[in-house]
Design a protein around this ligand. Structure first.
Ligand SMILES: C[S@@+](CC[C@H](N)C(=O)[O-])C[C@H]1O[C@@H](n2cnc3c(N)ncnc32)[C@H](O)[C@@H]1O
Length: 306
């Protein structure tokens, strides 16, 4: 049964969903903001518990937005917004909107990785694209084929945390242009000999390069850094925020902002619900390998704050 589901290119299994429900604890009538609604996996679980109270579902991907618009056509209380979450959060704050439940499940969805034409996958050949929002200009091809060696090195070091950033950057500059994901991945793999091993799974040698390109094309860390304080502001008193990240740089950022606003300070805005990040158990990892690197952190807004 699971195999059939996974064969559907548009299927995405929501990660850590039991924990999301535990920490958000949705109640009938509570308002919900989903900043990365994707194909609505978490959203449907939450909305069935809030009884479709007023909600906003945000995604920057036009395919996801089309899907959500169709899925919630009969529910006018559920608003679908095509936007990045930084801009959407600014607009919601400006209009004075506040929510009882907020979720951000960061990164890409399974359809991004499964549809070769989106250019995210190392495993399947596609154009060097990697844009979550198909309407933006910057693609991975622009970075790979036009950035200087120094810029590429710094990118691979910063977002890929790859110790071989100099070698990879030089190789790219000397061998470009690259048109497809496979051309780039095979070429880089050729100079990096063998994959590193993480436990029993071998990862492709170009994994960190692909990760770095994706993070830059979609401005992922900057979006998160600018948005986290706004999400705390968007919470009603007593409201809960959960953030699921898949990268140590993201998790560090979430932890830092939660600690700055929470912790033991007398004037804390929030109480931290997860002293340590919540991770998937062995069963979930087998059922949904994407959950392997997921980390969930959650806070509740302190009631007597403005
Ligand atoms: C991990 S998936 C979310 C899956 C969703 N929770 C579910 O259960 O179906 C992440 C989604 O967030 C979107 N996304 C990532 N970064 C975004 C951003 N900065 N602004 C808006 N959407 C973003 C992606 O397009 C993708 O659809």
């Amino acid at each position: 049964m699971h195999q059939n589901k996974n064969q559907n290119k548009h299927f995405h299994i929501p990660v850590l969903s039991t924990h999301v429900l535990q920490y958000l604890d949705p109640q009938a009538g509570e308002t919900y903001l989903d900043l990365t609604a994707g194909y609505g996996g978490h959203a449907s679980l939450i909305l069935e518990r809030t009884l479709h109270a007023p909600s906003s579902l945000v995604d920057r991907d036009t395919n996801a937005v089309e899907y959500l618009t169709e899925a919630y056509r009969a529910q006018p209380s559920v608003k679908i917004l095509h936007d990045d979450f930084m801009n959407a959060s600014e607009q919601l704050l400006k209009t004075g909107k506040r929510f009882d439940l907020i979720l951000a499940d960061l990164g890409v969805s399974s359809p991004h990785l499964n549809i070769a034409e989106r250019g995210f996958s190392i495993q399947q050949d596609g154009p060097l694209d990697m844009r979550m929002d198909q309407t933006q200009d910057l693609t991975a091809a622009t970075i790979v084929n036009t950035w200087s060696e120094a810029e590429l090195k710094s990118l691979i070091q910063k977002y890929g945390e790859d110790p071989r950033s100099s070698v990879i950057a030089r190789h790219i500059v000397e061998n470009r242009p690259f048109a497809t994901t496979k051309e780039l991945a095979d070429s880089v793999a050729g100079i990096l000999k063998r994959g590193r091993s993480y436990g029993k799974t071998r990862i492709h040698p170009a994994t960190r390069l692909f990760q770095a390109l994706r993070m830059r094309v979609n401005d992922e860390l900057e979006q998160l850094a600018q948005s986290l304080p706004m999400w705390l502001e968007l919470l009603n008193p007593g409201g809960r925020l959960a953030v699921i990240s898949f990268h140590s740089l993201e998790d560090r950022l979430v932890k830092r902002v939660f600690t700055e606003h929470g912790g033991d300070r007398y004037d804390a805005d929030v109480r931290i619900l997860t002293p340590r990040p919540v991770v998937a158990d062995a069963h979930e990892i087998v059922f949904n390998p994407r959950s392997r690197s997921a980390k969930l952190r959650a806070v509740v807004k302190i009631k007597n704050q403005k």
